[in-house]
Design a protein. Structure first.
Length: 250
């Protein structure tokens, strides 16, 4: 069967025209942005991210958080709703790490007083810079009501993901989502789009063995995170044994 028309291709996914108007086929690649922690191609990563994103998106839909996810089609593809993506990466931080530690000097692993929502302008040529609400409203990427709704959406996602991860011995340090607009008649609403997987989450393993002195070390980044997360959540496909560490978010 001929492949559907390609709409977009990124580092980790390809979008094709869907079988019905307003739908897309989202294909998960094994590729990722090459880093010291993760090579350019990870065998089986696409299958695992497809299953994991399905798990998280389905859970969000069930608790009333709207997403673009419709259903999984096969091992590497899922049917999603077409949306107009707001050109922002929305990052929720629960603990200081990565760029926040570098910018503000807060020690790595420090729990924040409350979850902090940050915005990064989606432009790889510019390195996806951190932007303020003033920038977003002034340049017309979203209005103030949109931003209020984005924050509410992001915090609900954070509550859900934090609870799920905690239940399997994982600390959710931070994560990134994308938000899209969909129209139902004259009514517009915002939904969670793209994916939720180890590619856009910073996860720390809380199931650390005791030290010789009987103390438990602080949580640390998970090794083999794709397959280990899938195993703990019970969504590991039987024919995939991959893994390595994820590409961390901004």
């Amino acid at each position: 069967m001929a492949r559907r028309k390609k709409v977009y291709e990124g580092k980790a996914k390809i979008l094709y025209e869907g079988p019905e108007p307003g739908t897309l086929i989202q294909y998960f690649k094994d590729d990722s942005a090459p880093t010291v922690a993760a090579p350019a191609a990870l065998e089986g990563k696409g299958v695992l991210n497809n299953r994991l994103s399905e798990f998280f998106m389905t859970g969000l839909n069930m608790i009333g958080v709207p997403t673009h996810f419709n259903r999984r089609i096969n091992m590497s593809e899922q049917l999603v709703r077409m949306a107009e993506i707001i050109p922002l990466e929305v990052v929720v931080r629960n603990f200081s790490s990565g760029p926040m530690t570098a910018r503000l000097g807060i020690p790595e692993g420090t729990q924040l007083p409350r979850p902090i929502v940050e915005y990064y302008y989606k432009d790889e040529k510019l390195g996806s810079p951190l932007v303020s609400e003033e920038h977003i409203v002034a340049f017309g990427w979203a209005n103030q009501q949109d931003l209020d709704d984005v924050i509410a959406l992001a915090l609900r996602v954070n509550d859900f993901l934090s609870g799920v991860m905690m239940g399997v011995g994982i600390r959710l340090a931070d994560f990134r989502i994308e938000v899209g607009r969909v129209w139902e008649g004259d009514y517009m609403r915002l939904i969670v789009a793209d994916e939720i997987s180890p590619d856009n989450c910073r996860l720390w393993d809380m199931r650390m063995p005791e030290r010789p002195d009987g103390t438990i070390p602080d949580p640390e980044p998970m090794s083999d995170v794709y397959s280990e997360l899938a195993r703990r959540l019970g969504v590991m496909p039987s024919n995939v044994t991959h893994t390595t560490k994820p590409t961390l978010i901004n």
